[in-house]
Design a protein around this ligand. Structure first.
Ligand code: NAD
Length: 295
């Protein structure tokens, strides 16, 4: 089995690389942050002082980085460090243009490539239960599937280059909008004297049912495992939701798609983040809706 080089060993990349080790892969890792490297070493990842040493001889390189500019910068550096034929996979959530640029870099070098963003958060990364949404040629997807299976449970081929990022951006736009919708319904219910539990009992088995209600209920009580029961500790931080909503709005502007609710959701999450609570779970936006209705 050829080795896998993993670049970006943060909250997501760290546990993902650890799961590749657990599955029996020879994993090499690189990150700019010393604490991430140390943790990776403890999990059985071999670390190197530079990107080029990390990827040298690896059959596959995976990147899990904050944003498009980091991915492009690392992939440009990779082009001098890997040989043609090396499988390149980016699992970061990034803008569509950067994803396409990354595919173009790989094609020019003769490297098969996939965009493969994930959902499932840090819990899913640790448990190896992530969902991978993958863009790229079908043959390359088939080649990479066993690698994804070591880190995830659902692996979906969405189409050609950048289709994985497109699916991720669209899914998270639904999520951002639906969380605001559920929050608004609970706030209106409160004003009408309706208990949280009664609204939950009805909506969770009626046409208002959705993930934001039944898995991530934004009020404490009805779903004991939701972040609302833990002072809105993430979970999925509001700042990350804002990042993904901004990506959806960039894509909407580029393509001319009408996404008025997506635009409004991005504005509301921007305001939430501006209040200094971007580190809190994104479901905490209900408190802004309740306490500052004029915002
Ligand atoms: P993170 O900030 O914890 O990790 C990113 C890592 O990349 C950091 O350790 C950083 O040091 C490293 N890095 C940055 N530039 C680098 C470079 N040039 N070379 C090597 N390492 C570099 O972020 P995260 O939470 O792990 O998220 C990573 C990606 O996954 C993001 O695109 C994010 O949107 C996406 N994502 C995150 C979650 C989540 O719940 N955290 C869920 C789904 C998707």
């Amino acid at each position: 089995m050829t080795s896998i080089a993993f670049i970006g060993l943060g909250h997501m990349g760290g546990p993902m690389a650890a799961n590749l080790v657990k599955a029996g892969h020879d994993v090499r890792g690189f990150d700019l942050a010393a604490p991430s490297l140390e943790l990776a070493r403890q999990n059985g990842v071999a670390t190197y002082p530079s990107l080029s040493e990390t990827v040298s001889g690896a059959g596959t390189v995976i990147t899990m980085l904050p944003a498009g500019k980091h991915v492009i910068s690392v992939w440009q550096e990779l082009m001098d460090a890997v040989s043609a034929g090396t499988l390149l996979i980016d699992c970061s959530t990034i803008d569509i243009d950067s994803a396409r640029d990354a595919h173009a870099l790989a094609a020019a070098k003769g490297c098969p490539a996939l965009d493969a963003p994930v959902s499932g958060g840090t819990g899913g990364a640790a448990a190896g239960t992530l969902t991978f949404m993958v863009g790229g040629a079908a043959g390359v997807f088939a080649l990479a599937r066993p690698i994804f299976e070591a880190m995830g449970r659902k692996i979906i081929h969405c189409g050609d280059a950048s289709a994985g990022q497109a699916a991720k951006i669209c899914n998270n736009m639904i999520l951002g909008i639906s969380m605001i919708a559920v929050g608004e319904a609970f706030v209106l219910g409160e004003k009408l004297g309706l208990s949280h539990q009664a609204l939950y009992d009805v909506a969770s088995v009626s046409s208002g049912q959705c993930w934001s209600l039944t898995t991530y209920c934004p009020v404490p009580g009805p779903v004991p495992t939701s972040p609302a029961n833990n002072a809105y500790e993430p979970g999925f931080a509001a700042g990350l939701m804002l990042k993904d909503l901004k990506l959806s709005q960039t894509a909407a502007q580029t393509t001319g798609a009408a996404t008025p609710l997506g635009a409004m959701a991005a504005q509301l999450y921007q305001r939430f983040a501006d209040e200094g609570v971007g580190e809190k779970d994104f479901s905490g936006i209900i408190n802004m809706l309740r306490d500052k209705p004029d915002t």
